[in-house]
Ligand binder design. Sequence first.
Ligand SMILES: [Zn+2]
Length: 147
Amino acid sequence: MALSTATRLSDEEKLEALRRLDQFRQWHSLNEKRYCLVCGKLISGRQIQVAGGTRGNGPLRLSCPTEKCNSIPMDWVLPTDEILAQVEKLAEEERKASALKPVGVAIGNGKTVHADKSHEHFVSQLRRLAFHLRRHSKAVPSNPYGP
Ligand SMILES: [Zn+2]
């Protein structure tokens, strides 16, 4: 069935449909959230699509709001702390993966700048040492008589 058959329901009717069709978990409000195991997204009761039953005789179906996700109410678990932590972890990893490159470059730049500075410092130290050695060698004439 195409999404065009989606039935427009009032909040009350929708909640009623959720309660009737989702026999696995209790729905107390449309603002309740479920974690869809199939697409890995948090969905709210309000977002869940109710389809079918347009002529009052077809069975209503609940479907995940995520495109191409064909999960059924059984796949929608209550978002416990554990699941929320898991979702957050996944989101964090995704963020890290997408931010890895720019962050790496920034760190590289910082290190490069730092390395340059200490390198400059090292070079100026060497110059000073060389200058000192040259003066010192001039101040002490080589032994004309030789060993
Ligand atoms: Zn889904």
